[in-house]
Design a protein around this ligand. Structure first.
Ligand SMILES: Nc1ncnc2c1ncn2[C@@H]1O[C@H](COP(=O)(O)OP(=O)(O)OP(=O)(O)O)[C@@H](O)[C@H]1O
Ligand SMILES: [Mg+2]
Length: 210
């Protein structure tokens, strides 16, 4: 299983300290919630966890068991859900899935798996088939992003406000899938202000904001 260790991590932007001296170990098989007010550094923490941003001090080390993972192999094993993601608007759900998953999966998506994914994320085939993503509602696009995540076979899930723009059924899908992923040995890190997502996590990193 993959683990991620933050050792005394500090992040500053323009001389302003956003995260100071954070130490934590995130283990495969668990869900960790990152909480804190707007601007407290949740998304920054996730970007550092994805190795898209470097800390100004301290270290973040990914391991598979005891073995340290290099950046490239760690990256190949992680998937990110952020509000910034945009599926291709002129492609259908299926075409977007085929496109994004072509980088991630050894095998093409079968019709059966496609149907199963739609069901898991609560997208009715009748509502999406034959439609371009630009015709989807915001929540439908978010659910499609989750379908990409579920099929990605990533070992590390970094979810930035995964319940945002989802209705109550969608948010419970997020909590259910995060738990299933952790039960399957995945490392799940989610930034959230959703009380239920926080309550159902195994561990919590609370950022105070500076
Ligand atoms: N690229 C950047 N350059 C300068 N400052 C940044 C940058 N990214 C984030 N910040 C600042 O760092 C702080 C933390 O931002 P971040 O997006 O991590 O907060 P957040 O906890 O995710 O907030 P929200 O709940 O609103 O999503 C904010 O003050 C923000 O202005
Ligand atoms: Mg954020």
């Amino acid at each position: 299983m993959v683990s991620l260790t933050f050792s005394d991590v500090t992040k500053r932007f323009g001389g302003r300290t956003v995260i100071e001296g954070l130490s934590a170990t995130l283990a495969g098989g668990t869900v960790t919630a990152v909480t804190g007010a707007n601007g407290s550094g949740k998304s920054t923490l996730l970007k550092m966890a994805a190795k898209l941003l470097l800390p100004d001090a301290g270290k973040i080390v990914a391991r598979d068991g005891e073995q340290e993972l290099c950046k490239a192999s760690y990256r190949s094993r992680l998937a990110i859900v952020t509000p910034e993601f945009h599926a291709y608007p002129k492609l259908t759900a299926r075409e977007n899935l085929d496109f994004f998953l072509s980088f991630r999966r050894a095998e093409a998506l079968s019709d059966a798996l496609y149907e199963q994914l739609l069901e898991r994320v609560g997208l009715a085939p009748g509502a999406v088939d034959g439609k371009m993503v630009e015709q989807f509602s915001t929540g439908m696009k978010k659910r499609l992003h989750f379908a990409i995540l579920l099929a990605s076979e990533a070992d590390v899930w970094l979810l930035d406000e995964p319940g945002a723009n989802l209705d109550a059924v969608g948010r419970s899908m997020v909590r259910r899938e995060a738990r299933l992923a952790a039960d399957g040995g995945k490392l799940v890190l989610l930034a959230t202000n959703d009380r239920e997502e926080e309550a159902e996590a195994d561990a919590c990193i609370s950022l105070s904001g500076r």
